[in-house]
Design a protein around this ligand. Structure first.
Ligand SMILES: *Cc1c(COP(=O)(O)O)cnc(C)c1O
Length: 384
């Protein structure tokens, strides 16, 4: 393969990251605490607006895990989770010895269906167990129907832990993803819209949760001159080096959102004429950071061309694309978990593809992607 690799989404530094990291070296704050950690937390809180508190952590998965612990999730409990998502949304439920109850997606946002959420809650209550938490996931940056989800959550008095790992910068009518629920998890893994190489954060309007998250994330050390413990702790804090990268990345987050959205617009322009291809559209008032551009390919309208046809042709040219998340209720590891839905998520998984969307894609790279797409959907390809 002679062509250079085009990734789905790769790290894109802004320029000032190394200055913050150098400052950490110069002052010897090479530890899981320090001025960059404090500064990064403040930057995130400011960005999310409102009265938000932030704990910078080692990963988004750690944030979800601590969120569940703080909500009191224990062995034998049930936690409702969006089925179509990355396994990291559901794994922390299992870490606690609890059972995930999966809820299907709806067709507008591809995220948690409010209708099936309420059905699931009613049925679990009838079976004698009240779910301890609800985890909706803003996939690919598209906000979940949070206003509808929150009404249901409040009606049944169940706390919401948002998985906003893919949605930093997304909002509904100006209210940021990550500020709807009791708490939210963010991720700064290498492929996310901004990165700290690896990292995450727990955010909440409730300062007590964030205080307790920092305590649990640093081995739950009681106030004493010796090491004294009354709780099981974790080593989940973000390092001051990684937080330095994060501070530099926060300076360019607004640009990254604009760049990702511009890439999405280019795909729409170039592919809008292709019958059978559709996009993840923003409902009225919804704003997606467009972390990844995702399409649906309906083989009934494309003369048999499927998402796999396109994925394999892109792969031949050393271009990475990927099917949408395989729903958790189809995953062998969760085969014993309850599921509520009409398999909208299965249809999305069968027909959906994520396209290269990195904010650092050169226009030549995008042209390479477009030319493969155009050839796959050309009459000549269909005839061969
Ligand atoms: C990336 C991601 C996570 C996990 O974040 P890490 O920082 O990789 O642990 C969780 N949920 C979703 C939806 C993600 O995309």
């Amino acid at each position: 393969m002679s062509q250079s690799k085009i990734w789905l989404s790769s790290p894109h530094m802004g320029g000032r990251e190394q200055e913050y990291v150098k400052e950490a070296f110069d002052t010897n704050w090479v530890a899981p605490l320090g001025p960059n950690v404090n500064g990064f937390e403040q930057d995130i809180s400011d960005y999310l607006k409102g009265d938000v508190h932030t704990a910078a952590l080692s990963s988004g998965t750690a944030a979800l895990h601590l969120g569940l612990i703080l909500l009191g999730v224990q062995a034998g409990d049930e936690v409702i989770c969006q089925s179509m998502t990355f396994s990291a949304s559901a794994n922390p439920i299992a870490y606690q010895g609890a059972t995930p109850v999966f809820v299907d997606s709806e067709a507008d946002t591809w995220n948690m269906s409010p209708y099936h959420l309420e059905k699931a809650i009613i049925d679990r209550l009838e079976k004698g167990k009240k779910p301890k938490a609800i985890i909706p996931v803003h996939l690919y940056g598209m906000p979940v129907k949070m206003n509808e989800i929150m009404v249901i959550a409040q009606k049944y008095d169940i706390p919401v832990l948002e998985d906003a790992a893919e949605a930093l910068g997304s909002h509904i009518d100006g209210k940021m993803c990550g500020t709807y629920g009791e708490m939210a998890a963010l991720s700064f893994n290498g492929n996310k819209i901004i990165t700290t190489s690896g990292g995450g954060a727990l955010v909440s309007g409730n300062a007590k949760y964030i205080h307790d998250a920092r305590f649990l994330a640093t081995q739950a050390r009681d106030a004493a001159p010796h090491y004294q413990h009354s709780h099981i702790g974790y080593n989940y804090r973000m390092s001051n080096i990684c937080a330095g990268i994060g501070r530099g990345q926060m300076e360019v987050l607004a640009d990254r959102v604009a760049q990702r959205r511009a890439i999405y617009d280019q795909y729409v322009q170039r592919m809008s004429g292709i019958p059978g291809v559709s996009f993840q559209l923003e409902p009225e008032g919804y704003f997606s950071n467009r972390w990844l551009t995702t399409i649906l390919i309906d083989p009934k309208e494309t003369g048999g061309i499927t998402r796999e046809t396109l994925r394999l042709e892109l792969e031949k040219d050393n271009i990475e694309s990927r099917p949408l998340w395989k729903p958790m209720h189809l995953q062998p590891v969760f085969s014993n978990s309850p599921y509520y839905g009409d398999d909208t998520s299965v249809e999305l998984f069968n027909n959906g593809l994520c396209l290269p969307s990195g904010s650092n894609l050169a226009s030549e790279d995008l042209e390479r992607v477009f030319s493969i797409i155009e050839s796959v959907f050309s009459k000549e390809y269909a005839a061969h």
